[in-house]
Design a protein around this ligand. Structure first.
Ligand code: GLP
Length: 260
């Protein structure tokens, strides 16, 4: 794992945008794996700015989102569809027909999940997968106890995860109980994983992900088995890492050719 620690989320998000932009520039038909939540908002803002001011071109890209709520129509203001259009898709030139988000309204969940996996394979696999992390260590919506080799499927949200998004649904009662999410095995197939985490609230999950044992109880910890995972953290999210000074030293002394 490569661990990059920046003083604040703004600087961290600039680094993250640079990593995604590099893939976009180097591979005109790249496949992007995208996440929702508060964490990637500044990353998306940077990508929108790079598209507008520097001509960063998404015309040949394909995207796959990690997850979507079950039973929530795409037009619902708190759906991940709405989030992605509001914060990224409406502002860049990624073709609509190559945007993929799990269908939370499907009447045949197993078939829809199989189709999603097949679509990722047909597109050539994900080049860079953007990830946030839940305060309980989930990535995508793979809650603790998720199989480390799971594929896209339906999951039941934990109470902690439902509370985290309660405000967006007018209180816990309104939060969907189920989601469709890429599995940990699906995420592990990405050629590169880019996990962002900001704030004290994420510090414990980050420390367990990086320095704890690989365990289904901390789904993010499976990334220890991934050959190309980069974590971009702010100081607060890195505050419980025992070897934070070492990671910072390593990063500062990397030759340019080896960075990212
Ligand atoms: C959400 C998403 C995850 C996200 C995480 C953290 O529910 N399913 O993909 O990384 O929870 O969210 P936030 O970035 O808002 O803290």
């Amino acid at each position: 794992m490569e661990i990059i620690i920046r003083p604040d989320s703004q600087q961290a998000s600039m680094i993250a945008a640079g990593i995604v932009a590099r893939t976009v520039r180097e591979k005109p038909h790249a496949v992007l794996g995208l996440a929702t939540g508060n964490t990637p908002l500044q990353l998306y803002r940077n990508l929108v700015r790079m598209h507008r001011d520097e001509g960063l071109d998404f015309a040949g890209m394909t995207s796959f989102n990690l997850d979507e709520y079950v039973g929530i129509p795409p037009a619902h203001p708190s759906s991940f569809h709405s989030y992605m259009w509001a914060h990224l898709f409406s502002h860049i030139n990624l073709p609509k027909e190559r945007i993929n988000i799990p269908d939370g309204l499907t009447t045949d969940v197993p078939a829809a999940c199989r189709k999603y996996e097949q679509a990722i394979r047909s597109a050539g696999g994900i080049d860079v997968q953007v990830l946030g992390i839940g305060s309980n260590g989930h990535i995508g919506f793979n809650e603790p106890s998720s199989s480390l080799s799971s594929r896209t499927r339906i999951k039941t949200l934990t109470e902690e995860s439902r509370l985290d998004v309660a405000a967006a649904f007018g209180g816990e009662e309104g939060v969907p109980t189920h989601v469709l999410t890429m599995g940990l095995g699906t995420i592990m197939d990405a050629r590169k994983c880019l996990l962002l985490a900001f704030g004290k609230k994420k510090a414990r999950a980050v420390a367990r992900t990086v320095e704890g044992p690989v365990t289904a109880m901390v789904p993010g910890s499976v990334l220890q088995l991934h050959p190309r995972t980069i974590l971009v953290l702010d100081k607060d999210a890195a505050s419980e890492l025992e070897m934070a000074d070492y990671y910072a030293w390593v990063h500062e002394h990397k030759p340019d050719w080896q960075k990212y």
